[in-house]
Design a protein around this ligand. Structure first.
Ligand code: CA
Length: 234
């Protein structure tokens, strides 16, 4: 038998926390309860939780910000941690913002403990089934219809060529893409662009990605070969 799933419960209202903890524990979950966002950060850094259940309104911050931090974390495990947000009122704005910031699900208070347990189960099942992300690629989300790409929870503002470059890299995340191939894919055949053009646009693209994750560069330069995405396990 596998260990009981561990849920980190971040909720400053003791009555709600008590109800939720009771409902989860009765179903075999291990629950660790904290009252403040700061305590949750400390706990999350220890990395022993399988899911975060977070209230939005907290005395020292809010669950949505915490969720965004997780999605931008350098730690792949935290980026993938399932998050379910609890909001005081079923406010559309919190729901939308929460999901935009990378929450996996949302429940407005008051909620039925039974339904909450069911949703927690569903999220854990989904995350267990999720393939190990080829990490760098896993941090990107492509919306081809909207012609936009999200990186670590943030929609990027890219020029047409930057978008084309990034989209090409993401189409084959494990591959090293030669400059010639990138030129052909993004600029097309009838172009005066050169290898240097590719380098210039990769440079501006990198700068935009660094704005989102200052300490990480998801694009790797392979000397003499071209560009690729960073190795997830690095
Ligand atoms: Ca609260």
């Amino acid at each position: 038998m596998t260990a009981a799933p561990r849920v980190l419960l971040l909720e400053d209202d003791p009555a709600i926390a008590g109800t939720v903890a009771f409902a989860l524990q009765r179903e075999g979950f291990e629950v660790y309860h904290v009252l403040l966002a700061g305590e949750a950060r400390t706990e999350l850094a220890r990395g022993r939780h399988d899911l975060l259940l977070a209230d939005v309104g907290l005395p020292d911050g809010n669950g949505i910000d915490l969720c965004r931090e997780l999605r931008q974390s350098a730690d792949a495990r935290l980026r993938a941690l399932p998050v379910l947000l609890l909001t005081a009122r079923d406010e559309e704005i919190d729901r939308v913002l929460g999901l935009e910031m990378g929450a996996d699900d949302h429940m407005g208070k008051p909620f039925s403990p039974r339904e909450l347990v069911a949703r927690v189960r569903a999220l854990l099942r989904r995350s267990a089934l999720a393939p190990a992300a080829p990490a760098a690629a896993g941090r990107f989300e492509v919306d081809d219809e909207g012609r936009r790409i999200r990186y670590a929870g943030t929609w990027l503002t890219l020029t047409r060529l930057e978008h084309g470059l990034l989209r090409t890299l993401l189409a084959a995340p494990a591959r090293i893409h030669g400059r010639e191939a990138l030129l052909a894919a993004v600029w097309g055949d009838a172009t005066e662009a050169s290898d240097r053009t590719v380098d210039t646009h990769v440079k501006t693209l990198r700068a935009k990605l660094r704005e989102v994750t200052p300490n990480e560069d998801p694009i790797v330069t392979h000397r003499g070969l071209g560009y690729g995405l960073a190795d997830p396990t690095r």
